[in-house]
Design a binder for this molecule. Sequence first.
Ligand code: AMP
Ligand code: ZN
Length: 117
Amino acid sequence: MVSNDRCLFCRIASGEITAKKVYEDADVVAFEDINPQAPTHVLIVPRKHIPSLDDLTDADAQVVGTVLTRAAQIARNLHLESDGYRLVINNGEAAGQTVFHIHFHILGGRNFGWPPG
Ligand code: AMP
Ligand code: ZN
């Protein structure tokens, strides 16, 4: 499945639903989280609809690698790398996943505790 017309993040990626995009290319879209948990809170999603980590197959290795390297590039573009930042994937309901289209949270601009809540 390349995209899912009922999925919120597929609809943001296609432009059907508006978001504050900070980066996009042929493979990924990054946009500001609507409910930010840090001074900088950006979500990065592949254009391909993959519901969660549980749905990944070896065929997705390239797209996942691209999302990760683009996330690091976006963090540098947002000048987060000097102080540090956190990349988060919530996988499944107990971990807090609410949108079932795989995404990294890029969080920066404050200190983060460990272990996470
Ligand atoms: P998760 O809970 O890990 O699945 O993350 C989903 C994230 O999507 C949450 O942080 C929400 O605040 C965010 N979110 C939900 N709807 C929108 C939207 N329309 N635009 C931007 N971010 C959204
Ligand atoms: Zn989707």
